[in-house]
Design a binder for this molecule. Structure first.
Ligand code: NCD
Ligand code: ZN
Ligand code: ZN
Length: 361
């Protein structure tokens, strides 16, 4: 008999669903379907897709599109902007967003805030009740930690990728700072130093690092420094990735759980730890309790090879293609309703709700 595992309300707090002006890359319908296929109850969408989610009008546009299209539950981040948009923040304390995203190093989109004084203004203005998620690499992690120390704002460090960053965050946690740490499946599982083999499909921010950095991420999973494995699902078309100037980012929603279950099978972490990393810890960080009868059933013994043919993501490729995994999503339920049966999405567009919206009691 196949061994199964039930996970309670998987939540990916770091995805770029696209849609809107980037619907050629992916849509809210296609990528929330990819989320269900990956086992997820809910995803939190980043603000860097044009029109960037940095004002009330762009926020309304995104909320309307997600309300119409999403098949899983969702939240959206508001984005910190270089043209000071902090006047918008007070209204968001009880508003429809899950948190603030601040880009402190260059990546896809136009939201870079490189100036520490500007970062400081955003930190002070953001309402303390909701987390700030940061893209911060290297020394920038220390710069952001100084602001956390000063303002005590709850901060989630996205896609941490080096031994140096892990050490800084380990120390920050020991000091009692309100920080959490996310790492991505690509930094955990893609062969470090092997960008050449992957070509442009291995290009993302932060870049793939060394084997020593990769080992530090796994140590962080073992010792509790790492709280979340987040996909940083960032679909770009294959044509764009194979162009002269490939954009940074890789899809990941459908491969994160099977990769982690495979690692668990190999004894690299426990199944309990997998559940913490993809469900319990992201729920805690964002103050969410999954609705009743919201869970994911996986077959722990099913083995298969990751291939683009079976992916729901509209971009239609994966940097993990060809990898053998063990562990397959068989069923996802949300509020008692079967939403995915292992092969098909069973609900219409718009079935998912904003977890920070009026539909939540
Ligand atoms: C992300 C994207 O394409 O939106 N790209 C990436 O390489 N991770 C942006 C980001 O998360 O930095
Ligand atoms: Zn980023
Ligand atoms: Zn990202």
């Amino acid at each position: 008999m196949a061994r199964t595992l039930t996970l309670p309300g998987m939540l990916d707090p770091h995805v770029h669903l696209r849609g809107l002006e980037w619907a050629r890359k992916a849509t809210f319908a296609s990528e929330t379907a990819a989320a269900l296929a990956g086992g997820y109850w809910a995803v939190l969408d980043m603000p860097n897709t044009p029109p960037a989610t940095i004002d009330a009008a762009a926020l309304d546009t995104k909320l309307a599109a997600l309300n119409a299209e999403a098949v899983c539950d969702w939240g959206v981040y508001f984005g910190a902007s270089q043209d000071d948009n902090t006047a918008e923040y007070a209204a968001l304390e009880n508003g429809p967003v899950c948190g603030l995203k601040m880009y402190n190093n260059a990546t896809t989109g136009t939201l870079l805030i490189a100036d520490q004084a500007q970062r400081r203004r955003h930190y002070h203005a953001w309402p303390p009740a909701k987390p700030i998620a940061v893209h911060a690499e290297g020394q920038t992690v220390a710069d952001i930690l100084a602001l956390v120390r000063e303002t005590r704002r709850q901060t989630h460090f996205c896609h941490v990728s080096t031994a140096e960053e892990i050490a800084l965050l380990h120390a920050a946690k020991a000091d009692g700072l309100p920080v959490s740490v996310g790492v991505t499946p690509h930094h955990l599982f893609l062969p470090a130093d092997d960008v050449r083999a992957l070509g442009p499909l291995g290009l993302m921010k932060p870049e793939l690092k060394t084997a020593a950095d990769q080992a530090a991420l796994w140590d962080g999973i073992a010792d509790g420094t790492v709280d979340v494995v987040e996909s940083d699902h960032a679909p770009h078309t294959l044509a764009e990735k194979q162009s002269e100037q490939p954009p940074f980012g890789v899809p990941g929603l459908e491969t994160t759980l099977p990769l982690l279950l495979t690692a668990a099978h190999e004894g690299r972490l426990t199944l309990e730890r997998v559940i913490e990393l993809v469900a319990l810890n992201p729920q805690r960080i964002f103050g969410l309790t999954p609705p009743p009868e919201t869970d994911t059933v996986v077959d722990l013994d099913a083995t298969y090879t990751i291939t683009r043919a079976t992916l729901f993501t509209l971009c239609g490729w994966s940097p993990f293609e060809g990898m053998q995994v063990r562990g397959r999503v068989r069923a996802v339920r949300i509020r008692g309703e079967a939403v995915f049966d292992g092969e098909r999405v069973l609900v219409p567009p718009g079935n998912g709700i904003n977890l920070w919206g009026p539909d939540v009691a």
